[in-house]
Design a protein around this ligand. Structure first.
Ligand SMILES: Cc1ncc(COP(=O)(O)O)c(C=O)c1O
Length: 563
């Protein structure tokens, strides 16, 4: 552990000489640096991280330096096979940092590149690194007041700010609840998956409550709950574009993931309200043996970015007294844009809402959040322990699926101060407007077919050669159902190949998924999926991406590349 010796050193790699873990070295890594020399060294390490990584991020504009082909992944994995831990230190801190910057980072994915438009992960405002460092340095554990103090108070305030953005209750409501230890407007959690699980956990417990001698589902379990409430099955309804975390919730909560029922979507990829109504009637069938635990509306589906008709869903949930959850993991921050917040109209009527910090709040991994309209509903999942989270305490861990967790709220709170809603609005509006321009560009190119139009900032498309083109004698015709099936099969192979080769070339990254869309009923269509959230992604960047896809396509058509 002499590697942590706080003396001034060069940040180039050292030849390790006699590194030992002894008591002396141990103390040196825990005490705060007191000398000027030690401070300089710490600064130098931070500088090395910030600038070393910055250089990497600008030098490697593409997905990775090396191909992410299976071969290179194999090579990489062969380098990481040892499973032993050395008894004595192997390296000094400066060398570990150099290794990470020079050997590891080039094989990671440069999600900050403007040409990386494939997933919901993107460039971060530079100050996120500073804020994350403060969170690590303070190392508060927000599970309880005794390890977080003011951070718990700040967290309650941030929860109120985002709650207000969603539900827009009046000032008196927020004054009553912002610092009220007995009520909760929501909670921070690790990610969107756990946020969705929390929302459905609350919905389940709020439904299967105490009655007669039954003491509630959380205590007695599903079987006793079904018996006490005279039911045989709980279900959740969501469009078939729902995120798979909802299926996980079905498994974790014991209702069975096949009871998370997919409802058909309309031609705009929003939940089909007629199908939903029909499904509700079918499930209720007069016997009440099946109960609908929640209906989930999506504000920004993972694959197409579509937004369900939240107002109509709220009305149906009110009519049937069903918990209305909105999965706004992706689209939630659209509420900060005055220009586009109407796209999420109806969200304010939800019982619960998921929003991810690490998506369109541009926070570093990972931060999920779930909000509740009723400040007392989280009581349905309250837990206590002798040493922590005692009844009546201010400990935020009392009503949370997580145990220990970091102070992500400090990052969000600081960022809201730095950006304001207007700063976020600029980002959101850029994404939506560039996505629209990109859609127009795709439609203007004869080689491409738009599959799903962007409602927010996600769109899908594919290559579609004109009828006079043939590939090995095959013509891309759609006349009869059989021709359509064969053509789509070929097109799927082409899209898959182009996406793979573009990814491997390492300059740009567009993701790929398989959709069922109204244009081709009953068929699986492979599409390029483009997520535009990086403010540096301009229409010119996107044109280059299309040019590259056309180039690869031409190589396939000309027989230079096998399908
Ligand atoms: C709509 C939606 N909900 C939930 C999630 C899950 O979020 P996480 O990956 O943070 O668990 C995602 C992730 O992409 C999503 O798009």
């Amino acid at each position: 552990m002499t590697n942590c010796n706080l003396s001034t050193r060069s940040v180039s790699r050292h030849k390790p000489t006699h590194l030992v873990a002894d008591q002396d070295a141990l103390m040196r890594i825990f005490i705060q640096p007191e000398s000027d020399a030690a401070r300089l060294t710490l600064l130098k390490y931070m500088e090395q991280i910030l600038f070393g990584l910055h250089e990497f991020l600008t030098r490697h504009v593409g997905v990775t330096q090396a191909k992410i082909s299976l071969d290179s992944l194999k090579e990489l994995s062969e380098r990481f096979t040892s499973s032993t831990i050395g008894k004595h230190p192997e390296k000094m801190l400066a060398d570990v940092i150099t290794d990470l910057i020079e050997d590891i980072a080039p094989h990671a994915v440069n999600v900050a590149s403007p040409y990386f438009v494939g997933h919901m992960t993107s460039a971060l405002p530079f100050f996120m690194i500073h804020l994350k460092t403060i969170v690590a340095a303070l190392n508060q554990n927000v599970i309880k007041l005794e390890t977080s103090k003011v951070v718990s108070v700040i967290e309650k305030q941030v929860l109120a700010k985002i709650h207000r953005l969603i539900f827009q209750e009046n000032e008196a409501f927020y004054q009553e609840h912002v610092q009220n230890p007995q009520t909760s407007l929501g909670c921070f959690i690790e990610d969107g998956t756990l946020a969705n699980i929390t929302a459905l956990w609350v919905a389940r417990n709020s439904l299967l409550t105490v009655r007669d001698r039954f003491e509630g589902i959380e205590k007695e379990g599903l079987s006793a709950a079904y018996q006490a409430h005279g039911i045989e099955r709980l279900v959740v309804l969501v469009s078939r574009l729902g995120h798979y975390s909802l299926k996980k919730a079905g498994g974790v909560l014991g209702i069975g993931n096949r009871n998370v029922i997919a409802v058909e979507v309309d031609e705009k990829n929003r939940i089909d309200m007629n199908c939903l109504r029909q499904k509700i009637v079918e499930l209720r069938d007069g016997s009440e043996k099946t109960r609908i635990m929640a209906i989930v509306g999506i504000a920004g589906t993972t694959e197409t970015g579509s937004v369900d008709p939240l107002g109509q869903l709220a009305a149906i949930c009110a009519e049937y007294r069903i918990h209305f959850h909105v999965d706004a993991a992706w689209g939630g921050p659209t509420l900060m844009s005055e220009k586009y917040r109407h796209l999420l109209a109806g969200i304010e009527q939800a019982d619960s809402v998921t929003i991810d910090g690490h998506k369109q709040f541009y926070m570093p991994m990972t931060c999920g959040m779930v909000y509740f309209k009723d400040p007392r509903i989280l009581d349905a999942i309250e837990y206590h322990a002798g040493y922590v989270n005692r009844p009546g305490s201010v400990d935020l861990g009392r009503k949370s699926l997580s145990g220990s967790r970091e102070a992500s709220s400090l990052i969000l709170d600081s960022t809201l101060k730095i950006m304001g809603t207007q700063g976020y609005a600029l980002l959101i509006e850029h994404g939506i407007e560039i996505a629209r321009q990109f859609a127009a560009e795709i439609q203007g190119r004869p080689l491409f077919e738009m599959i799903t139009q962007p409602e927010l900032n996600i769109l899908t498309y594919r290559l579609f050669p004109p009828a006079n083109i043939s590939l090995g004698g095959f013509r891309f015709e759609q006349g009869t159902p059989e021709e359509s099936l064969n053509t789509n099969c070929q097109l799927n192979a082409i899209t898959r190949k182009v996406q793979q080769l573009q990814r491997e070339a390492g300059k740009s990254f567009v993701s790929r998924t398989t959709l069922r869309v109204h244009q081709y009923p009953g068929q699986d269509i492979v599409v390029f999926r483009c997520v535009i959230m990086n403010p540096m992604t301009t229409i010119d960047v996107l044109r280059e991406i299309l040019d590259e896809q056309e180039e690869i396509y031409n190589q396939i058509i000309n027989g230079q590349v096998d399908l």
